[in-house]
Write a protein of this length. Structure first.
Length: 67
């Protein structure tokens, strides 16, 4: 994930892995206020339904995926 934090704009660039053969790039231009808002944005932009599991690579844990 890359975040560009210019005072006049916000852009979050995400690499979304839905499955091994479906990896997408997604840009979000507003910082979601909550995790639920973030999930709603992901579902809307990716055309998904149901629950999501969000994982990220954490440098504090040797870039292992964490929930």
């Amino acid at each position: 994930m890359a975040v560009h934090t210019d005072p006049d704009s916000f852009i979050m660039l995400l690499r979304i892995i839905l499955c091994e053969n479906d990896i997408r790039k997604l840009t979000i231009d507003n910082l979601p206020e909550t995790i639920d808002d973030f999930c709603s944005i992901l579902k809307m932009k990716l055309g998904l339904e149901g629950d999501l599991v969000i994982q990220y690579k954490d440098p504090d844990f040797d870039n292992e995926l964490v929930i």
